[in-house]
Design a protein around this ligand. Sequence first.
Ligand code: FES
Length: 438
Amino acid sequence: MINSVWNNSVDLPRFDSLKRDLKTDVLIIGGGFTGVLLAYKLKELGVQCALVEADTICSGVTLNTTAKITSQHSLIYNKIYKDYGLEKAKLYYKSNQEALEEFKLKCKNIDCDFEEKDSVVYSLNRSDRINDESEVLNKINADFEYVKSVPLPFNIAGAIKFKNQAQFNPLKFVEAIIKDLKIYENTKVLGFDGEAFVTDSGRIFSNKTVVATHFPIFNKFGLYPLKLYQDRSYVIALKDAQEVNGMYVDENETGLSFRNYKDMLLLGGGSHRTGKQGGNWKELNIFRNHYYPYSKEVCRWATQDCMSLDHIPYIGEYSKLAPNMFVATGFNKWGMTSSMVAANVLCDLIMGNENEYSELYSPSRKIFHPQLFTNIVESTANILTPTAPRCPHLGCALKWNSAERSWDCSCHGSRFTADGKLLDNPATADLKIKHRNQ
Ligand code: FES
């Protein structure tokens, strides 16, 4: 069954769609975890705010996350240190530790299966990478341990442990904070007419607007189609597998991840750029058959994440050319903690306050990283590929994904059902497709 464990656990309340024009101080476009958390925080600050969602609340990537809350984002600190220096690595750590502590505090009063757990990044064969990361973590005074083994059924070359991180059920958390927010579901923003955001059922006038649509949907500013690509990854939930008592992830981008939820093991992996070939559920099944042959699959699902050029999210002004418009995207698979960081940074920017992290996360920071050239090559190759169907986002050739029976775009990650119904943005429209047998 393709369905996440969270999906069956909560019935979120439903909200009406917009029926007439609306005026609001702050408009949030996109009702995923980030949008809802930001709306909640702005309400706490007394800011008038409305959130519009094209589908229903948290029906996209939030539904399919593995819901780890941690300041350990694979081997990020050495990467930041090399690109931007020690101070920026320190700020990244501090911003995420604060986000973690805020979750701990909030979750004391929310029934959301919150558990403090250690987070571990391991390497199968690159002890040099673990050592390099350890050196930087020492320099920034991070609280970590170097470990030589993990309670997983294979040997490793080395690992880094962050103690007292956390895991939870994201939908139960959302259910608790969503009450009393002004939300319009099934309300799709079609564009900006110079005065207002135009939806399929009314215009919205706002002083400030936050685009929290996972992949930013406005192409005119900000160069997001160059700055982001999407990466697809897969999860299976297994009963009678293993209690791992923590959260584990391979530093290799195509490696595996592990955490428990109740009596299940959530085994993740099989990642690949959306629209490309990759391990998908097949790879997870091979691992499961080998190491947990007596386990039972309860459910399986897939998700995709926006990947930035330098492994740091884009949080802040949408573009220097779009005043009063903000964005939060590019969470690089660490969406829960990054959402809290984003909500904190954006609250300050919206209120006109200084924020010590705004420069680190600024979407206008330098873009010259090797990933930029990979993205350009991928887009150019797909735009020049002379096959139908074409992606309605920016016209790339779509590829058939036989594992999930969908049309996928490797340029920026839009996806469509076999009949052309939009599954994942940044495209905002369905695919016009003549019926064809796959
Ligand atoms: Fe951008 Fe397909 S997602 S062209």
